[in-house]
Design a protein around this ligand. Sequence first.
Ligand SMILES: *Cc1c(COP(=O)(O)O)cnc(C)c1O
Length: 391
Amino acid sequence: MSEESRHLGFDTKAVRLGYKPDVSNNYSLMPPIGLSSTFQQDDPSTHRGFLYVRQNNPSRQILEKGFALLEDAKYSLCFSSGTSAISAVVQLLNTGDHIVSSEVIFGGTYRYFDEITGRVGITTTYVDARDPENVENALQANTKLVFLETPSNPLLSLCDIARIAEIVHRAPGILFAVDNTFLTSYYQRPLDMGADISVYSATKYLNGHTDVCMGAMCFNDDNLLPRLRYLQNNAGIGPSPFDCYLVYRSLKTLPVRLRHHMKNGLKVAQFLESHPLVTKVLCPWLPSHPQHELAKRQASGYTSMISFYVNGDLQQTSALLKKFRLINMAGSLGGVESLAEIPSVLSHASFPVGDRARLGITDNLVRLSVGLEDVDDIIADLDQALRSTLL
Ligand SMILES: *Cc1c(COP(=O)(O)O)cnc(C)c1O
C-alpha cells in the first residue's frame, strides 16, 4: 500500500483503490480488463512481471492491491471462490496436523474440513467458540490452524477475535484465520484484532451484485506470501481476470451498499422482533442478542444478515418462503436483492441431524439476507407471507 493512501478514509480508498491512470493504461479512469492468458517474454527464462494468467495477471493484481488497501493489510490474494480461499489456508497444513474450528460455520466449510481435509489425515475439532476457553481446551500439540467464523452462518453467534488471538498465539506455530464474509473489512478488522488471516467469500457482500463467484484473503506475514501464492498458482485456484474486473468495480460502492444494507437490515430485524408469528430473531446488532456488547466492541457496524424462528414446522416454514412475492427464495447472501432460505434443508443440510437440533438449526429457522429494495416493500412482503401462512 502506498504511504499516500494510508490516511484516507474508507470511502475514498474504496473509490480510488490505489489505482492511478497513467501511460500504461492509456490514462483510463477505470483499469482495462486484461484477458490475455499469456504474456510475451524478452528472454526465455525470465518474464516482465506476468508469465501466464494462472500465475498472475494485471486484473487480479489490481484487485488484490485494492483489497489489501481496504483492509490496511500488507497482502491480499484472490481465489476462484470463498471455498478455494479456505482450501488454500488448509493446504498450508500437512498430514497429521489438527484444526480447531468454530462449530457453527458455513456448510461448505464443514464439508471441506470433514470430507476432504479429513481424508488426508488432517483432523478437525469443532467447538462452541462463543466461549474462548473452549478454543483453548481444544488445542493440541499438533494444532496448526484455528478457524473461526464470526458472525456465524446461519446462527449469527459471535467469537471474541482479540481474546482468541491472544490464546492461540501463546503457542507458537498456530495460524489463526477468521472468515469475515458476513461483515467485510468495512465493519470488522480481524487482522487488527490479532488474526493472522482474514478470509472472504467475495461472492457475497464484497461483490454484492449476485454475478460473480470469488474468494479473497488478507494477511500481513511476509512468510505466508510465497506459500499462499504458490498454492493460488499451483493448486489452480485463482479467479478469472473478468471476474476480478467485476469485483473491482463492486468494491467502489462497498461502503455505500453496506451502510444501506445495515439500515434496511435493522428495520427488518426490528419489525420481525415485534411480529406475533415470529418466536425469536437472531441479529447481533439488536440489544436482544446475547452477545450484543461484543458485537459493538469488535465491529463498527452490521450488515443485513438476520435469522429468525417462526411458529411452525418445516411444511409451514416452506410455505412461508413460497408466499414471498418480492423476497427471492434462494441460497447465497449479501447481494442487492433480498434472499431467504431454510438452512436445515439447504445451506446446512450436511450438518448431522443431531448437531442441527442441538445448535438450533431447526426446520423453523429462516435465514434472510436483506437487500437494497425499499425497506417498506420488504417488510410488507414479510408481513403478508407470515400472515397468510402461519395464521
Ligand atoms: C458462501 C460462504 C463461503 C463459501 O464461499 P463460496 O464463494 O461460495 O465458495 C464461506 N464462508 C461463508 C461465511 C460463506 O457465507
